[in-house]
Design a protein around this ligand. Sequence first.
Ligand code: FMN
Length: 364
Amino acid sequence: MHVSEAPTIPLLTPYKMGQFHLSHRVVLAPMARNRSYNSVPQPHAISYYSQRTTKGGLLITESTGVSDTAQGYLETPGIWTKKQIEAWKPIVDAVHAKGGIFFCQIWHAGRVSNPGFQPYGQDPISSTDKPIKGSQYASPRRLGTEEIPQIVNDFRIAARNAIEAGFDGVEIHGAHGFLIDQFLKDHVNDRTDQYGGSLENRCRFPLEIVEAVANEIGADRVGIRLSPFADYMDSGDSNPTALGLYLAESLNKYRILYCHMVEPRMKSVKEKHETSETLLPMRMAFNGTFISAGGYHKEDGNKAVEENRTDLVAYGRWFLANPDLTKRFELNAPLNNYSRATFYTQDPVIGYTDYPLLEDTFRS
Ligand SMILES: Cc1cc2nc3c(=O)[nH]c(=O)nc-3n(C[C@H](O)[C@H](O)[C@H](O)COP(=O)(O)O)c2cc1C
């Protein structure tokens, strides 16, 4: 049978996300690749992202620092200097040349950092002064109430810079125990001002960022990533369903484009563990596009779309190891395995742009 006559699977059906006409539902999940030397995106990222681009496919960048206090890992990119903006441009152009839709994940690590990553060797900032339990990270400095507008402004400017670099929009990184999550989660946030305590207060800083970014670049170009169920970096919450639901409902006010949530089964960094908890209440409550991520294979991704439990599915590790993941889904082709050992290494090729395409496999 000719390929174009094959029955279409739910993941490969088109979807209109606001003004963006997506040709399928398979999204490149944001993944730090630690190959942006001195916080500047490098030319090798052109091949990495364009290898993973399909016409009408949505890609989200690796976490990208909003300011010089935002970094916490080796060689992650930023988007606060002119040089960084210029360095992103050819990467964005390459994705656009192949018809992709490209969002920049804007990020602040908060206390998941240490003085070595800070511009003056100072302590990293957070909602709290408690260090991450059982980790090597230093004790953070609790942000003063009056300092918070400056951090909101850093996200606003980073979003403006992303648009200047040519990105179609931004994804605010509110997941995985980083700064925004350090405000959201009651196991971390121990503030007594209007940014701590009640659910409403803990969500105030994240929602101020959403509002500022939406006002700056237009709500139709803004997404957010959240992981209410995850407890990475000692960032758990006592009632994740209530937190996720409150956020989904509050986000409706700002009419942002999408809400990207990480599945409850990705509670810990290590591996997935099945649970009866679900993203369904948040999916039902949120009016925009819903993206689910975490532990998806082809079959359960198809099922989630078919059952309308999500609009789009973001794939991390399988997409990292299979640049032509969509084509492999279409052809029911086997997948390359991923190599964990090279997820976060600094080589510009190995474990980055050297995963074989289907054609390479057939050729050899
Ligand atoms: C190498 C690597 C880097 C990651 N970096 C980020 C990141 O920068 N931002 C983010 O929100 N999630 C990040 N994640 C999480 C992924 O986006 C995704 O949620 C996770 O891998 C689970 O999905 P999967 O089972 O499809 O891989 C990263 C995951 C991996 C494997």
